[in-house]
Design a protein around this ligand. Structure first.
Ligand SMILES: *[C@@H]1O[C@H](CO)[C@@H](O)[C@H](O)[C@H]1NC(C)=O
Ligand SMILES: *[C@@H]1O[C@H](CO)[C@@H](O)[C@H](O)[C@H]1NC(C)=O
Ligand SMILES: *[C@@H]1O[C@H](CO)[C@@H](O)[C@H](O)[C@H]1NC(C)=O
Ligand SMILES: *[C@@H]1O[C@H](CO)[C@@H](O)[C@H](O)[C@H]1NC(C)=O
Ligand SMILES: *[C@@H]1O[C@H](CO)[C@@H](O)[C@H](O)[C@H]1NC(C)=O
Ligand SMILES: *[C@@H]1O[C@H](CO)[C@@H](O)[C@H](O)[C@H]1NC(C)=O
Ligand SMILES: *[C@@H]1O[C@H](CO)[C@@H](O)[C@H](O)[C@H]1NC(C)=O
Ligand SMILES: *[C@@H]1O[C@H](CO)[C@@H](O)[C@H](O)[C@H]1NC(C)=O
Ligand SMILES: *[C@@H]1O[C@H](CO)[C@@H](O)[C@H](O)[C@H]1NC(C)=O
Ligand SMILES: *[C@@H]1O[C@H](CO)[C@@H](O)[C@H](O)[C@H]1NC(C)=O
Ligand SMILES: *[C@@H]1O[C@H](CO)[C@@H](O)[C@H](O)[C@H]1NC(C)=O
Ligand SMILES: CC(=O)N[C@H]1CO[C@H](CO)[C@@H](O)[C@@H]1O
Length: 547
């Protein structure tokens, strides 16, 4: 019975996928890994067309083809094959745990696993350190039958160290590059997760976001990212920046795949008491079922024009995004939504001036990092505080100090109060106003909106400071005549032909179910991901490893 139920779900879903890609039918019975979906892979496993061991072989083969160029994966799980075999055996015995059973997933190298893999945030200060157990999100993935295939590279410390580093660089993993242009800035900080999901190096990946770290690398790597409400997913044993803003979420090639992964990692956790605020009383929404073509029908979608101004004036770097965004508004309207224009954020000018977010992150990091380090069961460098980590970083040459400075930590350590002080409380309350009544929540209420929509390049900030959710979907690509421009450090191509960008739906806390529906309805009408290809593509497919 269990087996039949799983097969039925996979079969129905894969039929839907076949209609999606009409016009590009895949003549092979084996899914192409660049775009393979959870339902296609799960159907193939269920029919016995290939095994989970084959999938691990194929994905590792793909990783090894591109790792010397892109550096997107820091470690491959040496246990992946054993785990895959166990899950194959379980399936053969008639047990299917659900949509992720036997599917390889990569996780960001700040999510701990109590196995042979390291959890370092890209720093040598944590190499060899041991966590007491898996991070809760990793435990949940394993219970759902996912195979944790490896760890992805990231902007070191989730981009909370330096004022002069580069997206996707870590001392431990080197420089990650995006796959859509040589030397592409992969964005960050979940850089490797973005590149890996985009190139089909796993079925999906996990990232973490404090302010932009899921949605930004999702947009620049042509994938879907869900940044959940703070507290929907547990942060236990995830190397932190800020308990008030950190969240773990899926990065995948389709909205539905991201929804399936979110389903598995969401929910209350005794190790992270923010998850107790979840209003679902034991039964989470069915996020994959929220993927409904009619989801935008009758909805009111706001456009906060003043906030979109964050993108900057119209120029070569912004024009393609602004034009694609206007086209997207038409598609959202055609899908049945009412576009409500100029739903501006009333405290926008004050938001631009505010230093409250910096204070919250600085103070949280000092306390939250110490809590993480205190939990380690083995800690070879002995770092026990941010001061220790800074000293280690400044004296260990592979950390590339001083060229990559520690300015962010210097600021954190210079604070003369903690995240339980009145000064902190004032800053946090300011954030709750700027993003709340004066920002996103005010606009949602004043204009009776179901969500707002913005270019992903500006999406993260206002939602970050209140812990509210976002979903980003591919929107377009820079055109062929784009002039190549580098990042600030000068080591990455930040604007260049073919680099992807996205559009984000933003809503109130716990509104993931609606946002996923809106993103799906938009995605299915555009299928933008399929409109361009990376410049570098691994050639290993299931057929390669199956002989
Ligand atoms: C690619 O991955 C393999 C296997 O982990 C490793 O031996 C090799 O050094 C990696 N290459 C680079 C350049 O990272
Ligand atoms: C973790 O780091 C240790 C110490 O450098 C290394 O020996 C080990 O191979 C790493 N684990 C994996 C899975 O790469
Ligand atoms: C950035 O693009 C330029 C122009 O195509 C190219 O010459 C350069 O090598 C690229 N940078 C990197 C780091 O690959
Ligand atoms: C939440 O948990 C943290 C650490 O686990 C603890 O320090 C804090 O006091 C808890 N807060 C509440 C409201 O229970
Ligand atoms: C929450 O769930 C419990 C158990 O299912 C039920 O008894 C209770 O009425 C629910 N509470 C609310 C507010 O829905
Ligand atoms: C909203 O902001 C835009 C851009 O700053 C501005 O042009 C427009 O007049 C504003 N509309 C309202 C109703 O405030
Ligand atoms: C923003 O800061 C500037 C300079 O400190 C100040 O003149 C201005 O009044 C501020 N604006 C708001 C809206 O707070
Ligand atoms: C700083 O780190 C170095 C090694 O990286 C160590 O020898 C030294 O004792 C540390 N200093 C302090 C004050 O912790
Ligand atoms: C940032 O690092 C680069 C590369 O090492 C260096 O050329 C540049 O001077 C640094 N910038 C600052 C502001 O320190
Ligand atoms: C922290 O420093 C500020 C100014 O730098 C000062 O006004 C404040 O009194 C100090 N607070 C404490 C608790 O030392
Ligand atoms: C690129 O081509 C488009 C369409 O022909 C044109 O509108 C745009 O101005 C061009 N951009 C540059 C930088 O030449
Ligand atoms: C799997 C993989 O690519 N590992 C590499 C990660 O980056 C470091 C540093 O560049 C390499 O030494 C690893 O081989």
């Amino acid at each position: 019975m269990v087996l039949l139920a799983c097969f039925w779900k996979a079969f129905v879903a894969s039929t839907a996928v076949a209609t999606l890609v009409a016009g590009h039918p895949n003549p092979s019975t084996l899914p192409f890994l660049l775009d393979a979906t959870i339902s296609e892979l799960s159907a193939g496993l269920e029919k016995g067309t290939f095994s989970s061991v084959d999938l691990v072989d194929a994905y590792v083969g793909r990783i090894l083809e591109v790792n010397s160029t892109l550096h997107m994966v820091t470690e491959i799980n040496p246990d992946a094959w054993t785990i895959a075999k166990q899950l194959d055996d379980e399936r053969a015995a008639g047990k299917c745990r659900g949509p992720l059973h036997g599917l390889p997933i990569l996780i960001k190298n700040n999510i701990a696993t109590a196995d042979l893999m390291n959890n370092t945030a890209g720093s040598y200060a944590l190499l060899g350190a041991k966590a007491p157990r898996d991070a809760t999100v990793a435990t949940k993935l394993r219970k759902a039958g996912a195979i944790i295939l490896g760890k992805t590279n990231l902007s070191q410390w989730a981009n909370f160290r330096s004022s002069n580093s580069s997206n996707g660089w870590s001392a431990y993993g080197g420089q990650t590059y995006g796959a859509y242009y040589p030397g592409q800035d992969p964005s960050g900080s979940s850089s490797g997760s973005g590149v890996a999901s985009s190139l089909g190096l796993a079925v999906a990946s996990l990232g973490t976001e404090t302010d932009g770290s899921i949605v930004s690398p999702s947009e620049n790597n042509n994938i879907v990212g869900i940044k959940p409400t703070v507290g929907l997913t547990s942060r236990a044993l995830v190397i932190p920046i800020s308990e008030h803003q950190d969240t773990v979420g899926p990065m995948a090639r389709t909205v539905k795949d991201a929804a399936h992964v979110l389903q598995v990692i969401a929910g209350p956790d005794a190790y992270d008491n923010y998850t107790q605020a979840n209003p679902f009383n034991g039964t989470l929404p069915d996020y994959a079922k929220a993927c409904n073509l009619d989801a935008l029908k009758g909805k009111r979608i706001g456009v906060p024009r003043n906030y979109i101004g964050l993108l900057g004036p119209r120029d070569e770097a912004t024009a393609p995004i602004l034009d694609a965004f206007e086209d997207a508004l038409k598609i959202i309207a055609e899908a049945g939504a009412t576009i409500v224009d100029n739903t501006n954020y009333t405290a926008y000018e004050q938001y631009l001036n505010s230093s409250a977010e910096g204070i919250v992150l600085d103070a949280d990091f000092v306390a939250n990092l110490k809590s993480y380090l205190d939990q380690l069961t083995y800690n070879p460098t002995g770092v026990g505080s941010l001061a220790d980590v800074r000293n280690f970083t400044q004296t260990f040459p592979p950390e590339e100090y001083p060229s990559r400075d520690t300015a962010t930590w210097d600021e954190s350590l210079a604070l003369n109060f903690t995240n339980t002080s009145p000064e902190f409380w004032a800053a946090y309350q300011e954030d709750l106003y700027l993003g709340g009544a004066g920002g996103l929540l005010g606009a949602l209420a004043n204009y009776s909106l179901d969500a707002v929509v913005v270019p992903t390049a500006v999406a993260s900030g206002i939602s970050a400071i209140i812990g509210a959710p976002l979903v980003t979907v591919p929107l377009g690509f820079y055109p062929p005549n784009t002039t190549v421009q580098t990042n600030r450090r000068g080591n990455l191509n930040a604007t260049a032909p073919n680099i992807p960008f996205g559009i984000s739906f933003a809503g109130k806390h716990w509104s993931e179910e609606s946002l996923i529906g809106f993103a799906y309805a938009y995605e299915q009408r555009t299928m933008t991901r399929r409109k361009s290809l990376p410049y570098i593509l691994p050639g290993t497919e299931l057929a390669t490893v199956m002989g």
